[in-house]
Design a protein around this ligand. Structure first.
Ligand code: TXA
Ligand code: MG
Length: 319
């Protein structure tokens, strides 16, 4: 099992010698290694059992310290960095020669982000290199939002997890790229599309893009709990599944006919930020109960509800 501790210097020592750590960010925990060290990068793919065609995000503590790895920073990208970094936005930009092909799966672009997490920013500021960090879950399973989640999924494969508490946002970063100069969302995430449009105007949303590579978020069964997730009107689903072993997963509704321990609510008052923060944790709690079915509902298509619906859709294998 990995050591879980809040010591930044211990985290730094593991990264400095080429090892991997569980790293807290405001979105989800990452599996982090030296982004300039091809061996560490290869180790990340191995530990996660992640296909090598799926590129990694490079993290540092400022735009300035990421600039050696970016060939070209457009005006729009600069505006977005100023508006949202540190924060839950990842930008896909032309890469410089300093980034190994293994990180980008051979693409000529690199994904970069400055996470908004005090301990991690402090750690990143003390490192001589940026870190590559995918979400710290075995490939295809629910992303981790606490140090214990990382321990549960990857604890036997890494030596250290920096404990930064529960993730405040709870869904992965929004990913934006600029193919042919057109701002395009590749993954809905922690910064709502509406917020991005306030800064640079209308953007394309192409989370289903068939362009290479296929992001894991684009694979059909992803973020998948063990139970089968069914989506719709929960009252109706309850009627249809009366005789089955099920739990409910709602934004805020409760159901009188069901024992309360079989009802999972994401936010008592229907706050979408709170609901996003609770989503992955709740799916994990549900898995522990081992029901056959999860009877769930779609979130409102606004704010973080859009990113949640994307994850819910994939958890239900509806791609
Ligand atoms: O919130 C997050 O972004 C978390 C935390 C740890 O920062 N990280 C994360 O990483 O979600 P990961 O590896 O699970 O998802 C990264 C996504 C993948 O879907 C990958 O395909 C996409 O970023 N990506 C990375 N580089 C890319 C590139 N050059 N072009 C297009 N997509 C890219
Ligand atoms: Mg992931």
């Amino acid at each position: 099992m990995a050591i879980i501790d809040s010591s930044i210097s211990k985290a730094k020592a593991v990264l400095d010698k080429g090892g991997l750590i569980g790293l807290p960010t405001e979105t989800v925990y990452g599996l982090a290694g030296n982004a300039l060290d091809a061996k560490a990068a290869a180790h990340i793919f191995e530990v996660k059992a992640r296909p090598s065609f799926d590129p990694l995000i490079v993290h540092s503590d400022s735009l300035e310290r990421l600039s050696p790895y970016i060939k070209e920073l457009t005006t729009q990208a600069k505006k977005l960095a100023e508006a949202f970094w540190p924060g839950s936005l990842t930008m896909v930009l032309p890469k410089s020669d300093k980034i190994h092909d293994l990180i980008t799966s051979g693409l000529d672009t690199v994904a970069v982000r400055v996470p908004k997490h005090q301990q991690t920013l402090k750690l990143l500021s003390q490192l001589d290199f940026p870190v590559a960090a995918p979400s710290a879950n075995p490939f295809g399973y629910i992303s981790p939002t606490s140090a214990q989640h990382v321990q549960d999924g990857l604890g036997d494969k890494i030596e250290y997890i920096l404990d930064g508490g529960d993730c405040f946002v709870g869904v992965e970063s929004t990913i934006i790229g600029f193919p042919n100069g057109i701002p395009t969302i590749y993954r809905k995430g922690g910064i709502p599309v509406e917020e991005i449009e306030k800064v640079i105007g209308k953007v394309e949303v192409n989370a289903q893009s068939s362009s290479q590579p296929k992001a894991p978020g684009m694979l059909h069964r992803h973020y998948a709990p063990n139970a089968q997730l069914l989506l719709g009107d929960i009252e109706k689903l309850i009627e249809e599944h009366k005789d089955d072993n099920f739990v409910t997963l709602s934004l805020s509704s409760t159901f009188d006919q069901i024992p309360s321990e079989n009802q999972f609510i994401l936010s008592e008052y229907g706050d979408l930020n709170e609901a996003a923060r609770n989503l992955f944790k709740t799916l994990r709690l549900i898995d522990k109960k081992n029901p056959s079915f999860i009877l769930g509902e779609w979130m409102p298509e606004e704010g973080l509800g859009r990113a949640m619906n994307d994850r819910i859709k994939r958890a239900a294998s509806l791609g």
